[in-house]
Design a protein around this ligand. Structure first.
Ligand SMILES: [Zn+2]
Length: 76
């Protein structure tokens, strides 16, 4: 089982970390609000945890075109 970081915009897999290697505190999850956790972190049926973030490519695109940010809003 692992934490799988995927881009919430383009879906690209960014990183995969084995559960045994880290704690949620180490990943900074414990500083998230419950709402943030719910929108960023999801648990798959197989036991993997999917963490939705932005990849470098999309982050750059959003920095240059802030109007695109809505596209990646998980609430939409
Ligand atoms: Zn991306």
């Amino acid at each position: 089982m692992s934490y799988r970081y995927v881009c919430r915009c383009c879906g690209m897999k960014i990183a995969e970390i084995d559960h045994a290697m880290v704690t949620e505190g180490r990943l900074g999850f414990d500083s998230l609000t419950p709402e943030e956790r719910q929108s960023i972190i999801s648990r798959e049926r197989g036991g993997d945890t999917v963490v939705r973030v932005l990849c470098d490519y999309c982050k750059d695109a959003f920095d240059q075109h802030p109007e695109l940010t809505l596209v990646g809003n998980p609430l939409q």
